[in-house]
Design a binder for this molecule. Structure first.
Ligand SMILES: C[S@@+](CC[C@H](N)C(=O)[O-])C[C@H]1O[C@@H](n2cnc3c(N)ncnc32)[C@H](O)[C@@H]1O
Length: 232
């Protein structure tokens, strides 16, 4: 089973943090990460009920640290139509599809949930390997934060042991930087650069590259660079 952490980004209400801890424990999850949360006091503890251990054991991290540390990052949003999904043509996945995609990963997975008032920023959503949306009624698609956590926990519970050796975010970051430098070498137009890099992240992010495949892609680019240098 991939090692799954639930990450709450800047939660505003301690009650939601407590409820999230509780529903995580209901489905067997214990790794809670909090990014710049509201102060947590009696209300959070009361809502966590018998999941105080999950709440008390929560790690504090920044979003950058999450993206650096975890091998695979899933972000969640209820606002598919307005979000980066349509603006940048990012595909989005249901919780059941996410389960299928991450099931064989032997590594760490972070599932990010956004702020109660405005969710996750487009940049936060777009850095992920996958974007997940829970199908809901169009009349009111936005779930309460802890309810959304509950649905993902239900869907991702009891995954079998993963065996797929995924390349980590650090390796993927270095691959994207190499692509960026490679685009310089082939005089790729500046005005297209941002969209091309988004496309590369989008395609490569969801393909679950292994360390070996990443190193092969570096090797191919190095070879092309060598030929460009030695063409005369
Ligand atoms: C109250 S919502 C924030 C509202 C914000 N306008 C949005 O949709 O992202 C808090 C968080 O719950 C999660 N959430 C709410 N509804 C969801 C849905 N239908 N699918 C996936 N996640 C959802 C997302 O992580 C969201 O950032």
């Amino acid at each position: 089973m991939p090692e799954i952490s639930i990450v709450l980004v800047e939660p505003l209400y301690e009650g939601n943090v407590g409820f999230a801890a509780r529903v995580m424990k209901n489905f067997g999850f214990t790794r809670l990460v909090l990014v710049n949360p509201c102060p947590l006091g009696d209300d959070a503890a009361m809502r966590a009920s018998h999941a105080r251990d999950v709440l008390d054991g929560a790690r504090r991290m920044t979003t950058d640290e999450v993206y650096r540390e975890f091998d695979f990052v899933v972000t969640t949003t209820g606002e598919v139509s307005k979000s980066v999904c349509t603006a940048m043509r990012m595909p989005y996945y249901t919780p059941a599809e996410v389960r299928e995609i991450i099931a064989d990963i032997d590594g760490t997975v972070a599932v990010l949930f956004g702020r109660e008032n405005w969710g996750l920023a487009n940049e936060e959503l777009a850095r992920a390997n996958l974007i997940c949306t829970i199908p809901t009624s169009e009349a009111y698609p936005i779930l309460n934060l802890s309810h959304a956590v509950g649905i993902l926990c239900y869907e991702l519970a009891n995954l079998p042991r993963g065996t797929y050796p995924l390349a980590g975010q650090v390796e993927m970051g270095s691959l994207y930087r190499h692509f960026d430098a490679f685009l310089d070498r082939i005089d790729h137009p500046d005005f297209k650069r941002e969209n091309t890099m988004i496309l590369l992240r989008r395609v490569l992010g969801r393909t679950k590259l292994t360390t070996r495949e990443v190193s092969t892609l570096h090797g191919l680019m190095r070879r092309a660079e060598w030929h460009m240098e030695n063409k005369d």
